[in-house]
Design a protein. Structure first.
Length: 201
């Protein structure tokens, strides 16, 4: 099994720090771009990098950071391959529990009770939460850890409980998601209610 480079995880940490600290400098965004481009070329090839990594990160630095975060998720998933259990710890880049609440707790380093608070605009390091017990579907609730914010938009790294998976934790269980402003059809609450009603949980 090919192991994803630890540099992807380090780059994601830097992106989250930059996105949560106000307007990033051109130099810091350019550095993210160069690192992402090099990792994409090294691990997925020059053609993939040319087709997927935006050319000019300075046209909209905040949007570029969100795009970079999503691309790291794509690169990680390319390595995930299947949902078979990983054989050794060295095969793992980011490991996620097979449960949304446990995943958010691990990512944010908080106690369980602190996660069950619905916030209209959670900050980086906080979480989205929706109680779905009032709606028919597969989930009772869902949690999403916010790793980036740009105005009204949030990028999360989360997991969804999957009863068909044979593993309780693994690199292929986590995923990135982007949500819009609270109260709109693109919000975390609206999106998760749609997924729950459609049976996609």
């Amino acid at each position: 099994m090919v192991r994803p480079p630890a540099a992807l995880g380090l780059l994601l940490q830097d992106i989250a720090r930059l996105a949560g600290g106000g307007r990033p400098s051109d130099g810091s965004v350019n550095s993210v771009h160069q690192r992402l481009l090099a990792l994409a070329m090294e691990n997925l090839g020059a053609t993939w990098a040319a087709d997927n990594v935006p050319l000019n990160p300075l046209l909209d630095p905040a949007d570029y950071l969100k795009t970079a975060g999503r691309l790291i998720g794509v690169i990680v998933m390319e390595y995930a391959g299947s949902r078979e259990p990983e054989r050794v710890m060295q095969d793992l880049l980011i490991t996620m529990p097979n449960d949304c609440q446990a995943a958010a707790q691990r990512l944010l380093g908080t106690r369980m009770g602190e996660l069950q608070q619905a916030r209209a605009e959670p900050a980086v390091g906080q979480n989205h939460y929706v109680n779905l017990s009032d709606a028919p579907g597969r989930w009772n609730n869902h949690f999403g850890a916010v790793i980036m914010r740009d105005g009204d938009d949030t990028l999360t790294f989360e997991a969804a409980a999957d009863s068909t998976s044979r593993i309780s934790e693994g690199k292929s269980l986590g995923y990135f998601a982007l949500y819009g402003k609270h109260g709109t059809s693109q919000s975390f609450d609206a999106d998760l209610r749609r997924q729950n009603a459609a049976g996609n949980g």
